[in-house]
Design a protein around this ligand. Sequence first.
Ligand code: ADP
Ligand code: ZN
Length: 224
Amino acid sequence: MAEEFRIVLFGPPGAGKGTQAQLLAEQLGIPHISSGDLFRHHLRAETPLGLRAADYMRQGLLVPDDLTIDIILERVMAINSEEGFMLDGFPRNRHQAEVLDDALERRSRALDKVVCIDVPEGELLRRLAGRFSCRECQAPHSIPQDASAEVADASPFPQCDHCGGELYQREDDRPEAIRKRIEVYQAETLPVLGYYRDRRILAEVPGTDSVEGVNQKVLTVLGR
Ligand code: ADP
Ligand code: ZN
């Protein structure tokens, strides 16, 4: 069963990829590989990779391919072929998509589905400005914008719904970085959709519904 779930979750920053990926990975019993989470772990641990990626992330730019591709592919290739996986945040440009395909094809297990969660730009900006993340498990939480200033200063910090960890605002969820990330998405990441559309594995799902609503729609396009 799980061998049918080699999935990429695709979409602009703020579309809810992280939330949906976490849910789906549990429901489908497959590992969730988030490039953003992986980089943030390295950042916190101040590894050489984390230190080299930090400036790009802070500014909302893509981390260069030579720092990104190997570390993600290593994860994907470590998964045995029956298991399946949920990739979130990778690929993010055409070159990453091609390298991923090559690597999977060499092990004769191409991607099954790319699910794009789509949300209009105005809504993305609103969501990202109100987004807080868990320091421990990275789960995103939304806190209405008017309350966020208060929460950011509040002590003790609000807690994660999943693990009780402390919530914080990611540096790249601040306004200048948010604008940059959306620009980068449109210029570099969006073209990857056409690539998957041509391969007929793309499914598009509107992301404006509730978390449960979007989850249902994604499960439906996955044939569940
Ligand atoms: P978002 O909320 O924008 O989807 P992520 O958590 O997926 O955020 O990624 C955060 C940051 O990590 C990105 O803005 C980028 O700097 C870096 N990053 C994540 N995935 C990739 C990737 N595949 N290629 C290059 N940089 C990446
Ligand atoms: Zn948590």
